[in-house]
Design a protein around this ligand. Structure first.
Ligand SMILES: Cc1cc2nc3c(=O)[nH]c(=O)nc-3n(C[C@H](O)[C@H](O)[C@H](O)COP(=O)(O)OP(=O)(O)OC[C@H]3O[C@@H](n4cnc5c(N)ncnc54)[C@H](O)[C@@H]3O)c2cc1C
Length: 490
């Protein structure tokens, strides 16, 4: 059966693209190689949405549904420290659950702006403002599946990947999968995170640091480099009654054998008291690309155990925790990016909405430049919310294809900021909505009027302004406080 839209990849962006297209009346085939939806947010264990503006629309809807499931979601904030060396705690960052805080608190502008991690006077404000959402990955994957099923228009094929594509006269006509017959669809959305479908279509892609001249980025290196953002294997620990240091598996040395050293840990609590540990990062991005996913995963497992052993020895508070799960896939921050009609760049991020004149902004974000690994930058440099234009979703050369997610039209610097999960979900929501508008008006994707796309997203309660539009803010506040009153009243 032919579908209206093929969505490749069932992560944050792919889920949202499929949902928006189906709610707009289109039939959708979503293919995902893993056994569940959610991608990096579930399979790779990155089960947290960092604070930032723009997390409206589908992310809030997911949050509301998760709230109805016991122990599925919570709000966290900075605990003892956020990389503060004098805090008397392990290096990295500690977060704690803050049940009194609300979803709207997580939409406060994250970027440091005038705040400084280094200035002790700013710490209380950072504790107030940096609120994020943590969720159980199983509940998130199941909720995503439920929302797609409710439309009655999405066929989800798990355990299936796109492999090859046929393009004729600038139009994608056929996509081959690892299982089942080849598919045709009027439109396709590449939400693979690695621009796999765009690559199969022959669309130009970029990888590694861009040279300064390419996008006029002062912070970029003079020459291109193959360096990409670092990779992390997230793991989960649970409190144990019997304190002690977990033994190293056979063949794993106690000393660090990789150049970056043991590094730091960023810790987020789950509602049930377990902790998600992000050893920032486990592998250089370039090492990941050289090893490939399978060997890289095995190497990260060894590093994780060595890191944990070291951590428990150095910081006795960790001896009362045990590893209970390692994520099923590596958390990959960056591989390929797609050359699109517009490439978001440093000047967009630094200038923000006040200086951007793009007529087609379909999502806003404000995370700082954020590179992990030996070429790490600071999580700063973004001082106000910035917009992401629809043209960042339009790959060159194929008129019925969009790219949503971390492989969209970003410079490497812009990608390091844009990539937060809720932002990726908003790109997916815009991509699916654009397919709906193209279908209704009989237009090519590139001809979808920006004003109509923005108006439709606003109707779906996606914020496109900062401060947030009052009606959207009021809706979120009301819905959230009703839900929390219901929760506490039971
Ligand atoms: C270690 C780490 C920590 C992070 N911390 C945070 C954080 O605290 N807060 C935050 O908001 N964000 C964080 N992020 C960023 C964020 O989680 C990701 O950028 C975001 O989830 C990516 O969403 P996506 O939809 O673009 O890609 P993904 O979620 O990766 O989805 C891509 C999907 O495509 C599938 N796919 C791949 N190949 C194919 C193929 N050939 N055919 C079909 N499907 C395919 C994959 O299996 C996957 O499910 C972090 C990322 C990492 C790696």
């Amino acid at each position: 059966m032919a579908h209206d839209v093929l969505v490749a990849g069932g992560g944050s962006a792919g889920f949202a693209a499929a949902l928006a297209a189906a709610r707009g009346g289109l039939t959708v085939l979503l293919v995902e190689p893993h056994d569940r939806l959610g991608g990096t947010s579930t399979v790779a264990g990155v089960s947290a949405w960092e604070s930032g503006c723009g997390g409206t629309g589908f992310p809030f809807e997911l949050y509301q549904r998760l709230q109805r499931l016991p122990g599925a979601v919570g709000i966290y904030a900075v605990g003892r420290h956020c990389g503060w060396p004098d805090a008397g705690a392990y290096p990295g960052g500690e977060n704690v659950l803050r049940p009194e805080r609300r979803y709207v608190d997580t939409l406060v502008r994250y970027a440091l702006g005038p705040l400084s991690y280094a200035r002790p006077a700013d710490r209380e404000l950072i504790r107030q403002r940096f609120n994020g959402v943590v969720f159980e990955p199983d509940a998130m994957a199941a909720t995503m599946a439920q929302m797609l099923a409710e439309t009655g228009r999405v066929e989800v094929r798990l355990g299936t990947a796109v492999t090859r594509a046929t393009v004729a006269a600038g139009r994608l006509t056929r996509v081959e999968l690892t299982a089942g017959p080849a598919v045709t669809a009027r439109w396709a959305v590449d939400a693979t995170g690695d621009a796999v479908l765009c690559g199969a279509c022959g669309c130009p892609r970029l990888s590694g640091e861009d040279p300064r001249a390419r996008f006029g980025e002062a912070a970029a290196p003079e020459q291109p480099s193959g360096r990409v953002n670092g990779v992390t294997l997230i793991f989960r620990v649970a409190p144990t009654a019997v304190a002690g240091i977990e033994a190293l598996p056979d063949g794993v040395p106690a000393t660090c054998w990789w150049a970056a050293g043991f590094g730091v840990a960023h810790v987020v609590p789950f509602p049930n008291g377990d902790l998600s540990v992000n050893m920032l990062p486990a592998l250089e991005g370039a090492e990941f690309l050289a090893l490939g996913p399978t060997a890289a995963y095995a190497e990260c497992q060894r590093r994780l155990r060595a890191f944990w052993h070291h951590w428990q020895r150095q910081f006795p508070e960790w001896q009362s925790y045990r590893i209970v799960a390692e994520a099923a896939a590596l958390g990959v921050r960056e591989t390929q990016r797609t050359v699109c009609a517009y490439m978001l760049r440093q000047t967009d991020l630094e200038g923000g909405l006040a200086t951007q004149s793009h007529p087609d902004i379909i999502a806003i974000a404000d995370h700082g430049f954020d590179v992990h690994g030996r070429h790490a930058g600071t999580s700063a440099g973004v001082h106000s919310p910035y917009g992401i234009p629809y043209r960042c979703l339009l790959p060159s050369g194929v008129c019925n294809l969009l790219v949503a997610g971390r492989a969209a039209g970003f410079s490497a610097l812009a990608a390091s900021s844009c990539r937060l999960a809720r932002t990726m979900m908003q790109l997916g929501q815009a991509a699916g909505t654009a397919c709906v508008l193209a279908s209704r008006a009989g237009l090519e994707l590139a001809a979808v009027p920006a004003t109509e796309l923005r108006a439709e997203l606003r109707r779906q309660r996606v914020t496109l302004a900062w401060p947030m539009e009052p009606d959207i803010a009021a809706y979120i506040q009301d819905a959230d406080s009703q839900a929390s009153q219901g929760r506490h009243g039971c």
